[in-house]
Design a protein around this ligand. Structure first.
Ligand code: CDP
Length: 255
């Protein structure tokens, strides 16, 4: 995050951002659940120019065994960015950033899954970023919680997440790449709308208390919106499954 180069104006005199959005407007979000056959649960998400896939396996035997917890399951998340997901080729394999993001997503999810129901097991969550345009950690977490629900893993609630930031001295919702690069603050947040519980909150840059208040207000409203998209993805998934079962039943009857 650095100062804005003079030739890049992130917000115009009418308060419109470079991608045409207003300050409190989110990029278009689409989620599809159950996209992978092999995984126990999965989800594909497009959020603006971000494209992310999440796959869930488990609860299954925890390896390495010394990581087993006799009282509950552990949630192990692996966040990865494809080499071709960013404009400069990303060196394949884990780096400090992906280890950090994997950790914070694991911790957020561990707080919603009823881990005590599955002692000694591991719930493995894989997040692959196919195309990145800022906000991939919140996109990954949003997709991962849909994939967990798709896997039928009992959990308190879905986890919608969004980043709020500051560009040209203004608080803006759901930063795009330019705003992330040249803006002055980035605050990713995950919040359960039903309870207001915050499962993830990070801060890069500076905001005043008043700005944080505005940012939290934007995040709360956006999380409600994201939550509806998540629920809709699961509804469509189960409707499709129920349709397939009905078809099987009727072909049985015909036979
Ligand atoms: O993606 P998110 O905003 O959660 O994390 P970030 O570390 O703030 O990264 C912001 C953005 O920088 C990413 O979404 C990518 O678009 C970009 N990036 C990149 O171009 N190359 C990298 N090696 C890492 C990030």
């Amino acid at each position: 995050m650095s100062g804005t180069p003079s030739d890049i104006k992130l917000i115009d005199e009418n308060g419109i951002r470079i991608d045409g959005r207003k300050a409190d407007e989110m990029r278009p979000l689409k989620i599809e659940a159950g996209v992978l056959k092999r995984a126990d649960g999965s989800a594909y998400l497009e959020w603006g120019k971000n494209k992310v896939i999440a796959a869930v396996y488990g609860p299954r035997e925890c390896h390495p065994r010394h990581m087993q917890n006799p009282a509950k399951a552990i949630v192990q998340c692996k966040y990865n960015m494809m080499s071709f997901s960013v404009s400069d080729r990303k060196r394949p394999g884990p780096d400090r950033r992906s280890i950090e993001i994997s950790k914070i997503i694991s911790e957020a999810l561990e707080n919603v899954v009823f881990t005590e129901n599955f002692p000694r097991t591991s719930i493995d969550v894989y997040i692959e970023v196919l195309q990145a345009n800022a906000g991939t950690r919140v996109a990954g977490l949003t997709a991962a919680s849909v994939a967990l629900a798709d896997a039928g893993i009992p959990m308190k609630d879905l986890v919608p997440a969004v980043a709020v930031g500051k560009a040209e001295g203004q608080i803006v919702l759901d930063l795009n790449k330019e705003e992330d690069n040249f803006g002055s603050a980035d605050l990713p947040i995950a919040m359960i709308p039903r309870t207001g519980e915050v499962l993830l909150m990070q801060m890069d840059g500076h905001m005043t208390m008043e700005e944080v208040e505005i940012a939290l207000g934007y995040a709360k409203k956006a999380c409600q919106e994201i939550y509806e998209v998540q629920k809709d993805a699961l509804r469509r998934r189960y409707a499709a499954q129920a349709g397939a079962v009905d078809e099987d039943d009727s072909s049985d009857e015909e036979a």
